[in-house]
Design a protein around this ligand. Structure first.
Ligand code: HMG
Ligand code: MG
Length: 305
């Protein structure tokens, strides 16, 4: 069957080096992070979330972010992004020459308190100078809405609550806004309802889907998002990750699986799946466990036979 109603091109934002690694218990050296990012750059991603300038007391794994940014081999045209919850984070990101800063809020009051230690309204007030500074310095600005499909602390989150935060991030001047299923509880029809609600407040073409795969729904949710016109997705090589403030939540959907899906649908991404599989096997070997990617492991197995 033809693809006529699905987007003609999809942008995949690789978030493994940040979302993927931030929750790892073992300390990963800056060298390994750099080697991973360099492999991902070679694979052809146009956007890699490479670092996070948050408090090292809150997320110790990201403490080497400046060193990582200084060590990577940048490819012209590729956007290297970093999380910046406040001005302290922004200044560090600016010094590290990131291309895009990410302000990350939540559609759930409870999660906002646990993750960034303030209410939703306070977070928007904190983001305001970050957004202004990003514009002043010509950096791209992305906003992220956590718990858009459910919260580990308060449960249900309504599409209206998501749209409300999207509207506030839009008013700060975000170039792109992520609808994040932090704990992976979303299912396709609810995802479509949330995406369409968000699209009432912000252009659909600049909305992205950020799905954690805790309940195994991420690929179905990506397909459902494609059906309503979403053409930007976040994924994590080897399915790495989780969020330290969403206990039990697993990694993002694996990049290899998303690429395999896009390949099958005939939707170009500009990314070489074989190089991503190699990157996934590299970091999984380093972490001492099997990659959490069905397609990645199947392709790696075939290549080794
Ligand atoms: P706070 O304790 O309220 O901050 O934390 P504060 O302003 O009172 O400062 C306290 C201390 O932190 C001070 O140090 C500051 O210097 C330091 P002290 O005087 O005690 O030595 N500090 C910083 N250090 C480095 N960089 C900074 C920074 N800011 C303050 N930027 C804060 C507030 C936001 C800092 C804290 O709550 C925090 O860092 N939270 C980050 C949590 C996090 O990174 N979570 C994971 C990422 S979000 C995510 O994964 C979700 C996402 O993937 C989408 C999804 O799936 O939902 C994006
Ligand atoms: Mg996440």
């Amino acid at each position: 069957m033809a693809n006529k109603d699905l987007p003609r091109h999809v942008k995949i934002v690789e978030v493994g080096p940040r979302d993927g690694l931030q929750n790892e218990a073992q300390t990963i050296s800056a060298e390994v992070k750099i080697a991973l990012i360099d492999r991902l750059t070679l694979a052809g991603f146009a956007n890699i979330e490479a670092a996070s300038f948050v408090s090292p007391k809150w997320v110790p794994q990201m403490a080497t972010s400046a060193q990582v940014m200084a060590g990577i081999a940048r490819k012209p045209g590729v956007l290297y992004s970093a999380l910046t919850p406040n001005m302290q984070g922004f200044e560090a990101a600016l010094a590290a020459q990131v291309d895009e800063v990410v302000i990350f809020g939540s559609a759930s009051e409870a999660f906002s308190q646990k993750n960034i230690n303030c209410s939703i309204a306070e977070s928007i007030a904190r983001f305001q100078p970050v957004a202004q500074a990003a514009k002043l310095h010509g950096l791209r600005l992305r906003g992220s809405v956590s718990c858009a499909l459910g919260c580990p602390y308060q449960g249900e989150v309504t599409p209206d609550a998501v749209a409300d935060v999207v509207r506030r991030l839009r008013d700060l001047g975000c170039d792109e806004i992520d609808i994040a299923d932090t704990i992976g509880t979303g299912t396709p029809h609810k995802v479509q309802a949330v995406m369409l609600a968000a699209a009432q407040a912000f252009p659909l073409a600049q909305l992205s889907g950020h799905f954690h795969d805790t309940y195994g729904q991420a690929l179905a949710n990506i397909y459902a998002s494609l059906e309503v016109g979403i053409a930007i997705f976040h994924s994590s090589v080897a399915g790495l990750g989780g969020c330290p403030y969403a206990k039990g939540a697993t990694g993002n959907v694996a990049t290899e699986d998303v690429l395999y899906l896009m390949q099958g649908l005939g939707i170009p991404t500009g990314i070489d799946i074989g190089t991503v599989v190699d990157a996934g096997q590299f970091i999984s070997r380093h972490l001492g466990r099997k990659a959490v990617s069905r397609a990645g492991n199947a392709i790696a197995f075939r290549q080794n036979v």
